[in-house]
Design a protein around this ligand. Structure first.
Ligand code: AMP
Ligand code: GLY
Length: 435
């Protein structure tokens, strides 16, 4: 069996690893924007290209005789690669362009949920003009401003974090409207975030264990927002601040959104629906959906997946996901990213790093790195994801922390991810809100 994998990050390295473990012993053919040594090492063939090049991806799929394609990142999805490949007879794990609006347009998703009466939205309104923005904001205590469209997680601004007054919020809305078709203004929620990555064939929706990501660059949630500095999951497939009902609520919202998408577009959504949720004092709210696995959250769930991942993909394609029992090891996982000094604003690129001392008890996933004849060099984003897996969070954290410290080079990581101290803070926060 030949499979096309599109993507070049640590997320796709983890996807490649999960596909490779399959009893089907597939040959992977990987289309990457830059050469990820981890993915390349697991592939029978690679092609370097860009994610706008639909023809290039299509030709590579054909020449490698791919039976299906797994699309990792949002960029090729938003360019319509699933439409292009499926129209050429190659089924995809990853939604068609219209359905990928789930991620590419925050206004689409908020409005869809509103239209179908699905709870989980904060108070919000979408604006295409400045008119009415100030009046709406005055009726809300604290606001969040979001550009409509893909922003790489960097366009969202939160009152109290990125600006102080409503006037500043208004100024940012004006700025956003110059470059985006719309701006979303919504109520600022208070709570704890969790990622619930669900697999779907458009009818059946199955949740993977919930994960908590850490967006801020520095320990104790300080510094600028990043793509995600690390994440953890627990052996009981809950999180210390979550109740079982919270996870069920997130899953129920996702099931309803999946059904609404099918009704809206008359075609099923196939792939991953990753809900970024916040558990608040008043229940679970949706922050955003992504039309793909999370990075780093993939590294928490796929390494502990017990069910054959290729079987799952085939079931998604054949609309038979209801026939599959998807199981995960009852293990805790902690992922820590080593990133270049200066990341995210001014990363030290082209610096040599050395991973030879990383012990075998930790898993290593390559992200934005360049392998040259004389060694490994940093790119402009996160470099190496390290994952510890064990029967307890404490043990998993120790494995990850110990290993990430042994990577040499001008890098840094968050030493607090998965630690008891930080988790206690999260639990105390939620207990205060639930009172
Ligand atoms: P997003 O790109 O929508 O995931 O937003 C980026 C980050 O902004 C989220 O991870 C949250 O930390 C924060 N955020 C987004 N929406 C809200 C909201 N309504 N209330 C509070 N924080 C939010
Ligand atoms: N962990 C954040 C993301 O994948 O978008």
């Amino acid at each position: 069996m030949n499979i096309l994998l599109i993507g070049n990050g640590a997320r796709e390295h983890a996807i490649a690893e999960a596909l490779s473990r399959s009893r089907h012993k597939p040959n992977l053919f990987s289309f990457m924007k830059s050469n990820n040594p981890g993915i390349a090492g697991l592939s029978s063939g690679i092609k370097i290209g860009n994610y706008h090049d639909l023809e290039g991806m299509g030709e590579f799929a054909k020449s490698s005789k791919a039976e299906f394609a797994f699309i990792g990142p949002e960029e090729p999805l938003s360019n319509g690669v699933a439409d292009f490949l499926e129209d050429a007879g190659i089924p995809c794990i990853g939604p068609r362009k219209s359905l990928a609006a789930l991620e590419t347009s925050k206004s689409f998703t908020r409005s869809l949920m509103q239209k179908y009466g699905i709870k989980g939205n904060p108070e919000f309104r979408v604006f295409t003009k400045k008119k009415g923005i100030m009046e709406f904001m005055k009726g809300i205590d604290m606001v969040v401003v979001k550009p409509d469209g893909l922003t790489g997680g960097k366009g969202v601004k939160v009152q109290g974090d990125h600006f102080t007054t409503k006037e500043e919020a208004y100024a940012y809305c004006t700025e956003v409207l110059k470059t985006h078709p719309a701006v979303i203004v919504e109520e600022k929620l208070d709570g704890e975030e969790f990622s619930l990555q669900c697999l779907t064939d458009g009818f059946t929706v199955i949740a993977t264990p919930p994960v908590q990501d850490h967006k801020r660059a520095f320990a104790d949630d300080q510094g600028p927002n990043t793509g995600g500095m690390g994440s953890y999951s627990c052996e009981n497939h809950l999180l210390p601040f979550l109740k079982k009902e919270d996870v069920e609520e997130g899953l129920e919202i996702t099931r309803k959104v999946c059904e609404a998408l099918r009704k809206e577009f008359k075609t099923p959504y196939r792939g991953v629906m990753y809900g970024g949720f916040m558990v608040t004092g008043k229940g679970v709210r949706l922050i955003e959906y992504n039309a793909r696995f999370g990075d780093p959250e993939t590294m928490n769930v796929l390494p502990i997946l017990k069910t054959d991942f290729v079987d799952i993909c085939i079931a998604i394609i054949n609309r038979k996901l209801h026939e599959i029992k998807v199981e995960f090891d009852r293990k805790a996982t902690v992922c820590k990213y080593a990133v270049p000094e200066g990341y995210p604003n001014n990363p030290r690129k082209n610096e040599k790093i050395d991973i030879s001392k990383v012990p075998k008890n930790a898993r290593l996933y390559y992200a934005s790195v360049d392998r040259r004849d004389d060694g490994l060099y940093t790119g402009s984003s996160r470099s190496i994801g390290i994952v510890g897996i064990s029967s307890s969070l404490e043990a998993a954290e120790k494995i990850a922390e110990n290993a990430v410290c042994l990577i040499k080079g001008p890098l840094f990581h968050r030493n607090d991810i998965g630690t008891e101290k930080l988790i206690r803070k999260r639990v105390e926060h939620i207990n205060r809100l639930r009172k």
